[in-house]
Design a protein around this ligand. Sequence first.
Ligand code: SAM
Length: 357
Amino acid sequence: MSSAPPTALLLYCRAGFEKECAQDITQAAENHGVAGWCRAAPDSAHVLFHPAQAGDLAVLQKRLAFAELCFARQMVSVSGPLRLSPEDRLPPLLDAARSLPGPYSCLWLETADTNEAKELSGFCRKFEPHLKKALSETGLLKPDNARLPRLHVFFTDSTTAYAGISRPGNSSGWPMGIPRLKMPREAPSRSTLKLAEAMLEMLGEQERAQLRPGRRAVDLGASPGGWTWQLANRGMKVTAVDNGPMDDALMASGLVEHLRADGFTFRPRHAVDWLVCDMVDKPARAVDLIARWFERGDCRAAIFNLKLPMKRRFEEVQLARAVLQERLSRLEGSWRIAARQLYHDREEVTLAVLPIA
Ligand SMILES: C[S@@+](CC[C@H](N)C(=O)[O-])C[C@H]1O[C@@H](n2cnc3c(N)ncnc32)[C@H](O)[C@@H]1O
């Protein structure tokens, strides 16, 4: 049996956000002149986007940046589904590996991030060494070259899989698109992982370099201090604004000033480098607040959370981006706006507004 080259984009997402992920890819593809259709079963935590015209997948592979997508955790160009015999699953997978544009830097066996798929991950762990060994014998695995595409095998059940590739630099660098971040022992809340993930996944190297000792930040809605901890841990001076208490050990660092004030009316005495905001409020109110900080020149860059409503969640993110874009366009300077539903985000997305040098 011979396999076909990639025909679709497979996107992983948070379970329950398949519709938004489908809207996201459909819109992004359309922006690059590509029409297509999606298959997205509710709560399946993945979406398949099929370009309508032959050759259009290549257009997307060339032009579509993974960072354009908000609701996708991973983006893989796939062929399949492949039907695998329980007696010998290897032949169709090896065929697929030969027909995809290898060689590959690594092999990732994956499933959707759902409770039902958890059982499958045990199977994947057992099967992986067999497939790896067989692949190595074909000479298609070259682990020394991290710039080569990764080979993904995404199981929907133990006898059905999609085989595909992702390109480093235009996809998530984490298996299943899930950053495995360690909870820092000293951080006051688990929420710290959200900002850690945003810094890691949404900022470029030069932007991350601006999170350094001597830089100043304001954290709106800071209590008990998980986000503030991320900033202070990088040696930054932080003004933490919240009526709630801040963690004692964090305050003892000497880098944090705690103000019991309303985050919606607070203004810093001097402009700061970073504004971060984790207050729970209506998206329109949060966006207006962030826009005002830039309009007054009170911050250079911002990272903030947008709580999503139950309905029209994709539209709400689009609206937030459009409003920010429009208000920033009236100012001197230019910024890029990134929006992402991070692994550590639940009914929310994270936005970053970053100056373009
Ligand atoms: C999700 S919690 C923040 C958690 C924090 N980022 C962390 O990592 O520990 C939201 C916080 O926003 C604060 N908050 C809500 N409305 C506020 C307002 N108008 N001004 C200041 N803080 C506010 C709440 O008191 C609460 O502590």
